[in-house]
Design a protein around this ligand. Structure first.
Ligand code: FAD
Length: 695
C-alpha cells in the first residue's frame, strides 16, 4: 500500500509496501530496535504481555551496556525504579544483583521522598541483563542495523498519516511486525567530539544510525539536536584516597525490587565512594582553552541540571564543584569522576584532573568525550508513547530528547552543597522548528521507564486493547511522560520529587499497590505470583490500618504501655493506636509489645510492619490529598476527541497560538491540555464547553 499522504518521491527512504498480499515473513507482533536501557525493558515488557517480540540491535554483546555512569536511582529516580519494578520490569532486579554500593538518599526527610540509589558493577549488570534477555520466553534477539521503516495505509479508526508494518535492515532484508518501538539512544546521526575533533559514532566504538534518522525526518517528524558527554576514566591506583572524604554504603542495604528482601552483596563487602572538589586552577584551564573545545562555547552555557565541567565553570564562575569518585565495578581498575564530564582535548584532560586534590598523580585511562545526536520532540507522541504521525510506531528512551545523569553517590547527608553537578554535557536544542518548549531531557531511569510503557502499549495495540496510561495521580511514571508529551524538552529534565503534585501518595514503598494490580489487570505484564503478593500486601495493609484505628486508650494508659512515648493530647480523649504509631520513637514492634493481641501478627512480616508505620505517618495528610486527586482525575476523565483538527475547528473560540500548540501536542484529555504552556484558562473553558456539546 502507498500511504495516502506520502509519495515515494517525497519520502524515498521510507519503504512503502506495494503488495499487501505478499508473504510477510518473518513476522512478529512487536519489533524493538535497540538493546540499551529502554530497548531491553521494552522488549521484555512486550514479551511479558504475550507478544512475539524481536529485539533488533547492532550487537548482542553490548545489550545492557551503560553508556556512561554505572549507577541507578537517586532522588525521584528511585521512585521510578520502584514503579518499573512494580510493573515487573527488569532493571531493579538486575541492580539488586549487580550493585557495589547501595545508599538511600534523603534519609533525613520522610519516606515519601527517599531516593534509592546504587553504584553498579558495569560488567555484572551487562552479564545479568544479557542472561535475562536471552532467556525471556517469546523474545527473539537478532543482531542487525535497521535502516528504514516499512509503511502501509493507516487504520481508519486512528489518527496518523500512515502505519508502520516492519523494518528494513542494512543488508536489505525485511522483518514485519504489528508494532515497532524505536529506542536508538544517542545513535541517530551520532557524532563524537573531543577538543576540535569530531567523528560519526553512536557512542565510543559504535557506528551511528544515519538511514533511520533520515527516514524519520522525511516522514515529517520534528527533529532536534542534543549534546551529552562522559568524563574521563581514571586509574584507581593513581588516586590518593587517604586525604579525601569517604562515603560508606548503607547497612543494611535497601533493595530496589519488591521481590527481594536483600541485595546480593553484604554491606561490609561493598565499595566506598570518595568526594573531592574542583578549584580555581580547573576554571583557569577551562577558560584558557575554550577555543580548543568545539562542544562547549561561551555562548551556549548548557542546561541547569546536567552540565559538563566546562559549562559549570561558565555558568557558575568562581565556585568549587563537587567531584565524586565512584567505582566502576568490583574488579575494575577504573574510577568514574562524577562531575567532571568534559570535551577538552585529550592531552589537557589529565592536566586539569591533576590539579584536583587527591588526583595529583591521576592517570587518565580513557578520555572524556561528548556526543551530539538527533532527538525527536516528545510532543509528537501520546502518553502511551505511540507517535501521532505514524500509527503503531513507538518511541522510548533518549530518542525522546531525554538526556542526563543519575544523582551521584549518596551525598545529601555528608555535603552541604546541593548536588546539581551531574556531569552531563550541554544539551541546547538547535534546529528545532517550533517555539521553544519549557522543559527537556531526562536522566537514567527515565529510559527504562519509557521502555516498559512503550513495550506494554505496543503489545496492547497488537491485541487491540486500550492503551495503558499512568496518570500524574498514579505514579512518577505518569508525571514524567505527561511532562515530556505536553511540555516538550529544551534542557535536561531531571525527575525531582518537587515535580510531583501528590508525592505523599506516590511513595517508593507503595508502588506495588499503585501499579502492580493495574499492570496485571490492564496490561498483562505482571506475573501471577507478583500479583498475588501485591493483593496480599494491599489487603494486609487495609486490615492492619483498620485494626490500628479500632484500638483506643487514654493517653495515660498509652504512657503506661509505652513509657518512651509522650503523647500530647487532651487527657479526656481516647487516642488510637494508629496515632501512637505516628510518633517517631514508636514502631509496630513496640506497639505490638504493648498490645500483643491483635497486633502481634502484623509484626511477622518485616515489610508489612514497616509499611504500616509509613501509612500511619501520612494518614491525616493523605485524607486531604485524596480529595485533590479526585479533582484531577475528573479532569483526566474528560477526553478530547482524537480526530479534532485544532487549526480549522470553528465552534470553539481559541487564539491562533493556542490552536497551534494544541495541534502539535494533541493532548488526550482536558487535564493534559491545561498543562501545555501558553494554553490559557479561558481556552480550557472554551474547550471544555466544546467537548461537552460534542459528547
Ligand atoms: P542506548 O542505551 O544508547 O541504546 C541504544 C541502542 O540502540 C544501542 O544498543 C544501539 O546499538 C541500538 N541502535 C541504535 N541504532 C540502531 C539501528 N539503526 N539498528 C539497530 N540497533 C540500533 N545517561 C545517563 O543517564 N547518565 C549518564 O551519565 C550518561 N552519560 C552518557 C555519556 C555518553 C557519552 C553517552 C553516549 C550517553 C550518555 N548517557 C547518559 C545517555 C545514555 O545514552 C543513556 O543513559 C541511555 O543509555 C539511553 O538509553 P537508550 O536505551 O535510550 O539508548
Amino acid at each position: 500500500w502507498v500511504a495516502a499522504s506520502f509519495t515515494k518521491q517525497q519520502f524515498p527512504l521510507v519503504r512503502l509496501s506495494s503488495d499487501s498480499a505478499a508473504p510477510r515473513t518473518p513476522h512478529f507482533d512487536v519489533i524493538v530496535i535497540g538493546g540499551g536501557h529502554a530497548g531491553t525493558e521494552a522488549a521484555t515488557a512486550a514479551a511479558r504481555c504475550g507478544s512475539r517480540t524481536l529485539l533488533l540491535t547492532h550487537r548482542v554483546d553490548t545489550i545492557g551496556q551503560m553508556s556512561c555512569n554505572p549507577s541507578f536511582g537517586g532522588i525521584g529516580k528511585g521512585h521510578l525504579m520502584r514503579e518499573v519494578d512494580a510493573l515487573d520490569g527488569l532493571c531493579s532486579r538486575i541492580c539488586d544483583q549487580s550493585g557495589v554500593h547501595y545508599k538511600v538518599l534523603n534519609r533525613r526527610k520522610g519516606p515519601a521522598v527517599w531516593g534509592l540509589r546504587a553504584q553498579i558493577d558495569r560488567k555484572l549488570y551487562k552479564q545479568n541483563m544479557q542472561k535475562e534477555i536471552l532467556n525471556t520466553p517469546l523474545l527473539t534477539v537478532q543482531e542487525g542495523a535497521v535502516e528504514d521503516l516499512i509503511l502501509t495505509e493507516p487504520e481508519p479508526e486512528h489518527t496518523g498519516k500512515c502505519r508502520v508494518s516492519g523494518v528494513v535492515l542494512v543488508d536489505g532484508s525485511t522483518v514485519y511486525a504489528e508494532s515497532v518501538i524505536l529506542t536508538t539512544g544517542t545513535f541517530l546521526r551520532g557524532m563524537i567530539v573531543i577538543g576540535l575533533e569530531m567523528h560519526p559514532a553512536g557512542r565510543l566504538g559504535d557506528q551511528p544510525s544515519i538511514g533511520l534518522a533520515q527516514t524519520l525526518e522525511k516522514l515529517g517528524f520534528v527533529v532536534g539536536r542534543l549534546k551529552t558527554g562522559t568524563p574521563p576514566r581514571i586509574a584507581k591506583d593513581s588516586i590518593n584516597f587517604s586525604i579525601l572524604n569517604k562515603q560508606t554504603p548503607d547497612n543494611p542495604s535497601v533493595p530496589f525490587s519488591f521481590t527481594n528482601e536483600t541485595v546480593w552483596i553484604k554491606p561490609e563487602d561493598q565499595l566506598p565512594c570518595y568526594l573531592t572538589h574542583t578549584n580555581p586552577r580547573v576554571d583557569e584551564i577551562v577558560l584558557k582553552n575554550l577555543h580548543l573545545n568545539s562542544h562547549v562555547k561561551e555562548t551556549t552555557r548548557g542546561p541547569r541540571y546536567c552540565p559538563s565541567i566546562e559549562s559549570k565553570v561558565l555558568r557558575f564562575p568562581n565556585r568549587l564543584h563537587q567531584v565524586w569518585l565512584e567505582p566502576e565495578g568490583m574488579d575494575s581498575d577504573l574510577i568514574y569522576p562524577q562531575g567532571l564530564s568534559m570535551t577538552l582535548p585529550a592531552e589537557l584532560q589529565e592536566k586539569m584532573i591533576t590539579c584536583i586534590r587527591g588526583l595529583e598523580k591521576a592517570k587518565v585511562i580513557q578520555p572524556g568525550y561528548g556526543v551530539q545526536y538527533d532527538y525527536l520532540d516528545p510532543r509528537q507522541i501520546t502518553p502511551s508513547l505511540e507517535t501521532h504521525l505514524v500509527q503503531r510506531l513507538f518511541f522510548a528512551g533518549q530518542i525522546n530528547g531525554t538526556t542526563g545523569y543519575e544523582e551521584a553517590a549518596a551525598q545529601t547527608e555528608s555535603c552541604p552543597v546541593a548536588r546539581l553537578e551531574c556531569s552531563d554535557m550541554i544539551s541546547q536544542v538547535q534546529a528545532i522548528l517550533l517555539p521553544q518548549p519549557s522543559v527537556a531531557g531526562t536522566a537514567g531511569m527515565h529510559y527504562n521507564t519509557q521502555g516498559v510503557i512503550a513495550g506494554i502499549n505496543a503489545s496492547l495495540r497488537v491485541s487491540r486493547k486500550p492503551p495503558f496510561v499512568v496518570s500524574r495521580t498514579e505514579g512518577y511514571i505518569g508525571v514524567l511522560i505527561d511532562d515530556l508529551t505536553t511540555l516538550g524538552t529544551s534542557e535536561p529534565y531531571r525527575m525531582f520529587t518537587s515535580r510531583v503534585e501528590f508525592r505523599l501518595s506516590l511513595r517508593p514503598d507503595n508502588a506495588d499497590i499503585r501499579l502492580t494490580l493495574r499492570g496485571y489487570k490492564d496490561a498483562g505484564c505482571v506475573s501471577q505470583q507478583r500479583y498475588e503478593r501485591a493483593c496480599w500486601m494491599k489487603s494486609s495493609l487495609e486490615e492492619g490500618i483498620s485494626v490500628l484505628k479500632s484500638i483506643e486508650f487514654s493517653s495515660s494508659k498509652w504512657k503506661n504501655l509505652i513509657p518512651e512515648v509522650s503523647i500530647s493530647t487532651s487527657r479526656s480523649l481516647p487516642v488510637r493506636a494508629l496515632d501512637v504509631l505516628k510518633y517517631e520513637e514508636v514502631d509496630m514492634d513496640s506497639l505490638a509489645k504493648a498490645v500483643p493481641e491483635p497486633l502481634k501478627k502484623y509484626t511477622k512480616c518485616r515489610e508489612l510492619a514497616e509499611r504500616l508505620k509509613i501509612e500511619a505517618t501520612y494518614e491525616s495528610v493523605l485524607f486531604h490529598q485524596l480529595q485533590e486527586i479526585k479533582g484531577v482525575q475528573q479532569d483526566e476523565a474528560l477526553q478530547l476527541p482524537k480526530d479534532i483538527d485544532y487549526l480549522t475547528i470553528r465552534d470553539v473560540s481559541l487564539s491562533h497560538e493556542v490552536r497551534e500548540k494544541l495541534h502539535f501536542s494533541r493532548p488526550q484529555t482536558i487535564g493534559a491540555a491545561s498543562r501545555i504552556p501558553g494554553v490559557t484558562p479561558a481556552a480550557i473553558i472554551n474547550l471544555l464547553r466544546f467537548v461537552k456539546t460534542t459528547q
